[in-house]
Design a protein around this ligand. Structure first.
Ligand code: COA
Length: 631
């Protein structure tokens, strides 16, 4: 039998993606999952005229009048009957007929595998979990053992194809990403990376990797009869690992994975020339996931704890701290510190945040319910330490990676806040979409700080469609601009401001609905552009226009990643003068992470976080001061 990916490719003629995702033959995935997948609709190609018209509307709040009128001319030319736009649209529609998803393969390449910036900060999100109640090495290992058992419990659902199907707006979602997050790893290339997934191989992995003091270990997590190790057994094995990795003077080999992808691709080829290194690297790549037992990080006040934990998850704190205690190419790495800090970092190519967070929800519940009972056990073999032969050249690459990592670490500014005044409850009470309300607060904060609107990205799920990933909700709209410009105007009546807020919130929710139904503009425009690269000798002018560049310069890159667990996902900005904002709206409070770069004088994560808190509170008090009857 072919693996699910190979099967998909064979069926759809997606031969090209063979070089991107290396499928391993033979699948254990059978009926239930495939039956569900087969029932999902295909991602549509939106009508050309609709996208062109919506693109112009999206540009209005973020480009000046002259640019806009020039863009309108280019768009008119692009979409005219018999023009280049129609030609590309037809090609795209043909592609959509031939493939299971016209976008997914292109998106994987464009957004991830061809993207050459380091995955650290620039691509891989971290997740900060609530601080756990331990403060010593025993607590750390006990928690790690429970966490591993919890992930294996979730893995059983993946293996049995019993992960509950998710729904959005009453529609079932594509579950493909769940099958990509375990036993997979990104592999660097000189110009393009690949992702390897061993979950469906004929001999799927039975081990995880554990890293402590920069030293990697293979830990077999199944007994010979196929049952997962118990928490007791896992604890015992982790203790052995800990005791045999006490030295702290080891080379942080894992830091190599934090480099620029071309640099790492070159260093990787050099590293795996040695058989010992190659075997060790393969063991990490093949493992189900990684557990990073972190050394203590600098102590900070309780108020600063979440922000410090966020950087621990995103980059590990630099070469002095835990950045070498990672393999950043690994899809899933759980991070557990001695001080109760806990979270994860994941490599973004195979999946978005929601499947990762739903795994976390399961694991956190598991760790809460499980009571550890110590029972005598048959001794298990010592987990195997992975050896690396550090040649002078590898040593040089490690030194360069350390330097680069420390520069990146100094440049990242992260502020995590718990907005405790209200959560989804307040917008809901005012019959507003909580997500749209938060997005409008972000628009207001940005406008108050910079006196202008900026291109804003919010991820929208395309998982209603087979193999769907994301599209963009453009939160800066004509309506949001009208709202933010009026908000602090003393001459405007409160009733008018509320009406503008409601209009802006509704417009955002309408854009969201359009995006999740596959009718947003950004992936369609990307598709037309990539189609132009395949079909045409020259690039259509609209893709070289200033407006298009402004449209893609996301000063605000945002995402909602809701979870049952009181956690927050965090990621870096996507442009040098931008912010990365992620939030988890709970019933009565909202967790936010805000990031910026210190090298940019105009941005400041703490200032933006404060502006956001103020905007949310001001919007609430406006609503409360303006009784409905007066509207
Ligand atoms: N009045 C009262 N309640 C409302 C409302 C209104 N006008 N509009 C929405 N609500 C309710 C909803 O019913 C929902 O209720 P629940 O808490 O019981 O589930 C809740 O408010 C949340 O809805 P909303 O805030 O509108 O957002 P959403 O849950 O529909 O999510 C997106 C919006 C864009 C985040 C979602 O569609 C999406 O695409 N998520 C994926 C994002 C992603 O992939 N991120 C990862 C990137 S790595």
């Amino acid at each position: 039998m072919l693996s699910i990916l190979a099967r998909t490719m064979a069926k759809t003629g997606m031969e090209k993606s063979c070089c991107l995702v290396k499928p391993v033959s033979v699948t254990r995935i059978t009926g239930r999952y495939l039956a569900h997948q087969e029932g999902l609709p295909h991602l549509p190609v939106p009508p050309l005229q609709q996208t062109c018209q919506r693109f112009i509307m999206a540009m209005e709040p973020i480009v000046d009048k002259e640019e806009l009128s020039h863009t309108k001319e280019l768009i008119a030319e692009f979409q005219k009957p018999g023009g280049v736009g129609e030609r590309l649209q037809r090609s795209l529609e043909r592609r959509a007929q031939k493939t299971e998803n016209w976008l997914s393969d292109w998106w994987l390449k464009t957004a991830y595998l061809d993207y050459r910036m380091p995955v650290v900060i620039h691509s891989s999100p971290g997740v900060v979990l609530p601080r756990m109640e331990f403060n010593d090495r025993q607590g750390q290992m006990r928690f790690a053992a429970k966490l591993i058992a919890g992930v294996l419990d979730f893995k059983a659902m993946i293996d049995n194809e019993t992960v509950p199907v998710e729904y959005l707006g009453g529609k079932p979602l594509c579950m493909h990403q769940y099958y990509q997050i375990l036993s997979s790893c990104r592999i660097p290339g000189l110009k393009q990376d690949t992702v390897v997934n061993h979950a469906q191989s004929s001999r799927p992995p039975t081990h995880i990797t554990v890293v402590h003091n920069f030293q990697f270990f293979v830990l077999d997590v199944y007994n010979s009869d196929g049952t997962p190790l118990t928490v007791d057994q896992l604890y015992g094995q982790l203790e052995k690992i800990w005791n045999s990795s006490l030295q702290t003077n080891k080379e942080p080999i894992g830091i190599l994975t934090s480099q620029h992808r071309n640099t790492w691709g070159k260093a990787y080829n050099n590293l795996i020339k040695e058989k010992t290194n190659k075997d060790s690297v393969r063991a990490i790549q093949k493992s189900i996931f990684t557990v990073c037992l972190d050394a203590p990080m600098p102590r900070v006040s309780d108020e600063m704890y979440h922000s410090r934990a966020a950087v621990q998850m995103i980059h590990g704190g630099g070469s002095r701290w835990n950045s070498g205690n990672r393999w950043f190419d690994k899809t899933l790495q759980f991070v557990i510190g001695e001080d109760g800090s806990c979270g994860l970092i994941y490599e973004h190519a195979p999946a978005e945040g929601p499947p990762i967070v739903s795994l976390i929800d399961h694991v956190v519940e598991y760790t809460k319910t499980f009571e550890m009972i110590r029972t005598p056990m048959v001794p298990l073999p010592m987990p195997k330490k992975l050896r690396f032969n550090i040649t002078p050249e590898v040593k040089k690459d490690i030194e360069k990676a350390k330097q680069n990592m420390n520069i990146m670490v100094h440049d990242l500014d992260v502020k995590v806040i718990v907005f405790s005044h209200f959560g989804k409850n307040v917008p809901k009470a005012h019959s507003m979409s909580p997500d749209a309300f938060i997005q409008m607060a972000l628009q207001l904060s940005y406008y108050r700080m910079y006196k202008r609107c900026c291109a804003t990205y919010e991820s929208a799920s395309l998982r209603m469609f087979k193999l769907g990933r994301t599209d963009t909700i453009r939160s800066a709209s004509i309506d949001s601009a009208n709202f933010v410009k009026a908000f602090d105007e003393p001459a405007r009546q409160n009733t008018e401001k509320v009406a503008l807020m409601e209009k802006a919130v509704k417009a955002h929710r309408a854009y969201t609905n359009m995006a999740i139904q596959g009718q947003a503009i950004d992936r369609h425009l990307l598709g037309l552009k990539l189609q132009a690269i395949e079909d045409l000798a020259s690039m259509p002018e609209i893709f070289m226009d200033t407006s298009y560049a402004v449209a893609l310069h996301y000063n605000l890159s945002t995402s909602q990643v809701p979870a049952k667990t009181d956690c927050v996902m965090c990621f870096g900005p996507v442009v040098p003068d931008g912010y990365g904002v992620c939030y988890n709206p709970m019933a009565n409070h909202i967790n936010f992470s805000v990031s910026a770069f210190n090298s940019c004088n105009e941005t400041n994560a703490a200032r933006m976080a404060k502006a956001l808190e103020d905007a949310l509170l001001d919007m609430q008090s406006l609503l409360e001061q303006t009784p409905k009857a007066k509207l």
